[in-house]
Write a protein that binds this ligand. Structure first.
Ligand code: FAD
Ligand code: NAD
Length: 401
């Protein structure tokens, strides 16, 4: 009899953590992981690549370098569809792949909310390709000012004020003075505007902590517009609503960070989803498909305390990887699966290289200590999906660049 086959889709935090835990278990199964690139990237650090404060290489490593190749086969391919009733997955280059058990961990894409012009005229930060594109665009535009003397070359709009935007703003406000010295543009004339739809900035933090972070960015020259939803992006122009009127800001760099949704493969495969996310069963399987587990940014898990789904984070994706490896092992041994439980360890956001802010285990952290916390958390995640050698190779003990 042939071995049972477990296929894992996606080598992000959720997929790779599942594989790393599953390969440790003493199971006589075939394990295949499929990913569109031969590398894993730490999506939690994409804002650094996009701002140019870290090279892409620092946050990427080869998937095959961290898996046990005697137990796991890696397939570099793009998933186009999950044929859930046939128990196969369609891959762009290599055709259909069958499975006995499937772990779907295809991650996130940019959320445009159908706002006109977003795809054409703004730059998202969702993977290495888009982050590098954003960096090149910012560099070229700022460098171009020397010749153009066009003030719009020095105007940057960041759309949305979630954590991705705040962390990106932290990085660019660190880097712009260096670029100004290199390309001889007047740094005091750089205009950075962050436009947020909601009436309050950083609502997940206490008033005091939120103000602390926002004030740092304001001092570095960022202007915040709050309660001003973006309605359209035109060529080099952001249209937003303020007090019922439509207004425009001209900018030659427009960064789109208004949130994320799950992979489009989920909807295209006919799952019952909302914004690319499936509300999973307590053991992380899909209702009616006990052989399919859905984890990371393609799933939604209800937080009983808040009555809302947990935010999609690397922290929860890693824990779900552990839980799915355990539940797969139980299922294969014909034992009952366990419900997934999660308690957030907190949240820390960076504001550039040496400031961090957030809550850890119920306590507020800020400043340099916050920054060390943030870098330690990121290194712990890297250790979980990579290994000690990855940390060393990437020079990740050298905290301050
Ligand atoms: P991903 O990390 O997106 O991995 C998905 C994988 O699937 C990728 O390797 C991708 O290449 C692959 N893939 C996608 N589509 C296909 C396809 N069709 N075929 C084959 N392969 C495919 N969370 C935190 O907890 N802490 C943080 O500090 C934090 N910082 C963040 C900073 C930024 C800038 C962003 C954007 C997010 C941040 N997050 C953070 C959220 C976190 O990055 C995500 O929640 C997390 O990456 C989700 O993990 P995942 O494994 O589900 O998806
Ligand atoms: P988000 O959804 O958290 O924030 C997006 C922001 O854009 C929101 O404040 C929203 O109100 C705003 N917005 C939406 N539509 C808008 C519009 N039309 N006009 C103006 N503003 C608009 O998204 P994100 O920041 O990309 O984060 C994605 C996920 O990754 C979240 O779960 C987040 O918690 C996580 N993340 C965590 C960290 C961290 O822990 N340090 C860092 C980055 C991201």
């Amino acid at each position: 009899m042939s071995k049972q086959r477990v296929v894992i889709l996606g080598a992000g935090y959720a997929g790779l953590k599942t594989v790393k835990e599953l390969q440790k278990k003493d199971l006589d199964i075939e394990i295949i992981i499929v990913n569109k690139n031969d590398y894993h990237y730490e999506s939690t650090q994409l804002h650094e690549v996009a701002a140019g404060t870290e090279p892409a290489d620092k946050i990427c490593f080869n998937v095959e370098d961290v898996i046990n190749k005697s137990k796991v086969k890696f397939v570099k391919d793009t998933v186009t569809k999950i044929n859930k009733d046939e128990r196969t997955v369609s891959l762009e280059r290599t055709g259909d792949l069958s499975y006995d058990y499937l772990v779907v961990a295809l991650g996130f894409v940019s959320e445009t909310f159908g706002i006109p012009g977003v795809d054409e005229f703004s730059l998202p930060l969702v993977d290495i390709k888009t982050a590098e594109l954003a960096r090149k665009h910012l560099d070229t535009t700022l460098a171009g000012y020397q010749k153009s003397k066009d003030p719009q070359d020095l105007s940057i709009v960041v759309c949305g004020a979630g954590f991705t935007s705040i962390e990106y703003l932290g990085e660019i406000t660190n880097r712009i003075p260096k670029l100004a010295a290199k390309w001889n543009f007047p740094k005091e004339q750089v205009k950075i505007t962050c436009i947020e739809a909601m009436p309050k900035l950083l609502p997940m933090f206490s008033e005091k902590l939120g103000t602390y972070g926002i004030d740092i960015l304001k001092k570095r020259g960022v202007t915040f517009k709050v309660g001003t939803p973006i309605k359209e992006i035109k060529d080099k122009t952001v249209v937003y609503e303020e007090n019922g009127d439509l207004k425009e800001i001209k900018a030659n760099t427009i960064i789109w960070t208004t949130g994320v949704k799950g992979s489009p493969v989920i909807g295209e495969s006919g799952f019952d989803e909302r914004r690319g996310r499936v509300m999973v069963e307590p053991d992380l399987t899909v209702a009616g498909y006990p052989e399919i587990f859905m984890i990371g940014d393609v799933c939604a898990v209800m937080d009983k305390d808040s009555g809302r789904p947990y935010p999609t984070t690397a922290q929860i994706a890693l824990k779900q990887g552990d839980a799915v490896a355990e539940n797969l092992s139980l299922t294969i041994k014909n034992q009952a699966t366990k419900p997934f439980t999660f308690k957030s360890a907190g949240t820390v956001a960076s504001i550039g290289n040496n400031v961090g802010m957030g809550n850890v285990k119920g306590k507020e952290v800020r400043g340099y200590i916050g920054s060390i916390m943030k870098k330690s958390i990121i290194n712990k995640s890297l250790l979980e999906v990579g290994n000690a050698s990855t940390l060393l190779k990437k020079g990740r003990f050298d905290y301050y660049r």
